[in-house]
Design a protein around this ligand. Structure first.
Ligand SMILES: Nc1nc2c(ncn2[C@@H]2O[C@H](COP(=O)(O)OP(=O)(O)OP(=O)(O)O)[C@@H](O)[C@H]2O)c(=O)[nH]1
Ligand SMILES: [Mg+2]
Length: 194
């Protein structure tokens, strides 16, 4: 997939109003602050597309970005932000879950995990959830620029091992564009498999 243009379409604050217009969707989920919005921007080659912030909890709605006029990248609120436990439960129940379950337009979910961190209970719950509902997903390891080049592959392997998936399902990335080609290639595969 070569991304030529991208634009913001809409934000949805209520799980009842998620968008279904027949265009395929690729979603970005993961802990708050893991780098979902930043990765989406890196892939699209547009730093101003999704809002990013060093303060966790920046993305609070389901945000739809149209890529090349034909595929949505969907930025979801993060989970696991301890200081906003109540809001978190609310956003999970009111947005993340209704977005993901029975979403016929959702072709792939990218579950993001910080390459430097050990998966926590929230991440494990997310994986169980994706498995339970048979939602196709890949793992994207974020912030790989924080590691030396030689440390990236072993760290991805360790992450794969920790969550019980094959090494080939973990894709290294960074907001500077590392890993972008392979991730976009993978997107193409899932979009073709309709
Ligand atoms: N070094 C480095 N920092 C990153 C990278 N990706 C994101 N960040 C930083 O991590 C912080 C969070 O990034 P966001 O993209 O806003 O994270 P998010 O997952 O969308 O966060 P929420 O919307 O709050 O759930 C920001 O300060 C980013 O600059 C990366 O690849 N490398
Ligand atoms: Mg965000």
């Amino acid at each position: 997939m070569k991304i030529v243009y991208s634009n913001f379409v809409t934000s949805v604050a209520d799980g009842q109003n998620v968008l279904h217009d027949g265009k395929p969707q690729i979603a970005f989920v993961g802990r708050s602050n893991v780098g979902k919005s930043s990765l989406l921007n890196a892939l699209a080659g547009n730093k101003k597309l999704a809002r990013t912030s060093s303060t966790p909890g920046r993305t609070r709605m389901v945000n739809y970005f149209l890529i090349n006029g034909s595929v949505y990248f969907v930025d979801l609120p993060g989970y696991g932000y301890a200081k906003a436990a109540k809001t978190l439960v609310e956003s999970w129940q009111s947005l993340i879950e209704p977005y993901l379950v029975d979403n016929r337009d959702l072709k792939l979910t990218c579950l993001l995990m910080d390459i430097r961190r050990v998966p926590n209970a929230d991440d494990r719950q997310m994986i169980m959830f994706l498995n339970y509902y048979r939602i196709p997903y890949i793992i994207i390891a974020t912030k790989c620029d924080k590691l030396s080049k030689s440390a990236i592959k072993p760290a991805c392997r360790k992450l794969a091992h920790a969550i019980g998936v094959g090494d080939e399902n973990v894709y290294p990335s960074s907001s500077s564009g590392l890993g972008k080609e392979k991730i976009l290639e993978k997107f193409d595969q899932f979009l073709k498999n309709e």
